[in-house]
Write a protein that binds this ligand. Structure first.
Ligand SMILES: Nc1ncnc2c1ncn2[C@@H]1O[C@H](COP(=O)(O)OP(=O)(O)OP(=O)(O)O)[C@@H](O)[C@H]1O
Ligand SMILES: [Mg+2]
Length: 237
């Protein structure tokens, strides 16, 4: 198992955002986490990345190693890269410089090789490499945020709501890229409010509600689950 999370609980002061979360992800898979606003999706990704600290007893094992108390930069070095909610590109820097920041672990030929790989994967970024990131469209900024993440050569990519605020046609492009990234050998943990797309693309999914994992199953099983349909797919049964 690539990622194995057990008994993960996280508080913000007196508010408990995650309750005893358990989750696994196999190498080469896409695992989706769906849930309403405030369910704890971003908190879960931030805790995996080392940005939030869980309560004692929680475990996050990555490639057989406990990473729960490691500093964020060490978690990046271990192979987990987080593409945050809201893209967070550096608006006043060029596309190229944004990508180079993502590749901070590498230099010289290795940095160039990774850059060439990302620019081949995202031709739109190659076209716009000298442009300020702040002048890109929302969809292009999302590609840049993902490309910047790939510059760190992740084994596992954490994507927080990559489709948020994008037009349907652009959302399709983003999901196509997510598939391509998985096909290139990078495993993906995908947090989404676009439940239908997230369930369609994934190998396995979890439903998070008020900090609790309520359901777990294949994407197909959850697409056919009456509770999921009522709560997330906007249809009555
Ligand atoms: N820095 C913080 N301080 C206090 N409470 C927080 C903080 N960040 C998140 N929370 C609370 O923790 C809970 C989970 O928030 P989180 O951002 O993880 O949810 P989410 O599922 O990502 O929601 P969204 O879909 O809106 O992005 C919410 O009740 C939220 O108000
Ligand atoms: Mg969130």
């Amino acid at each position: 198992m690539m990622l194995e999370i057990n008994r993960l609980s996280v508080n913000y002061g007196h508010i408990q955002a995650l309750h005893d979360v358990a989750l696994t992800a196999e190498q080469g898979s896409i695992v989706s986490i769906i849930g309403a606003n405030g369910a704890g999706k971003s908190t879960l990704l931030r805790t995996i990345s080392g940005l939030n600290s869980p309560k004692n007893g929680g475990s996050i094992r990555f490639l057989g190693k406990e990473i729960v108390s490691l500093a964020p930069h060490k978690i990046v070095r271990a192979g987990i890269v987080h593409v945050p909610e809201g893209r967070k590109v550096f608006a006043g820097l060029s596309v190229l410089d944004n990508l180079k920041i993502g590749g901070f672990l590498y230099k010289g030929a290795e940095l160039q090789k990774t850059l060439d790989h990302v620019l081949t994967m995202f031709p739109i970024l190659a076209e716009r490499k000298d442009q300020f990131a702040g002048t890109l469209s929302g969809g292009e900024q999302q590609m840049l945020a993902i490309g910047r993440g790939l510059m760190a050569q992740p084994k596992l990519l954490l994507l927080d709501e990559p489709s948020l605020g994008l037009a349907p046609i652009v959302i399709n492009t983003v999901f196509k890229m997510i598939n391509e990234i998985r096909d290139s050998g990078v495993s993906i943990l995908l947090v989404e409010q676009n439940a239908r797309k997230a369930l369609t693309i994934c190998d396995k999914a979890y439903v998070l509600e008020n900090g609790y994992i309520r359901k777990e199953g294949t994407g197909q099983a959850l697409l056919n689950d009456p509770d999921v349909i009522t709560a997330f797919l906007g249809e009555s049964v």
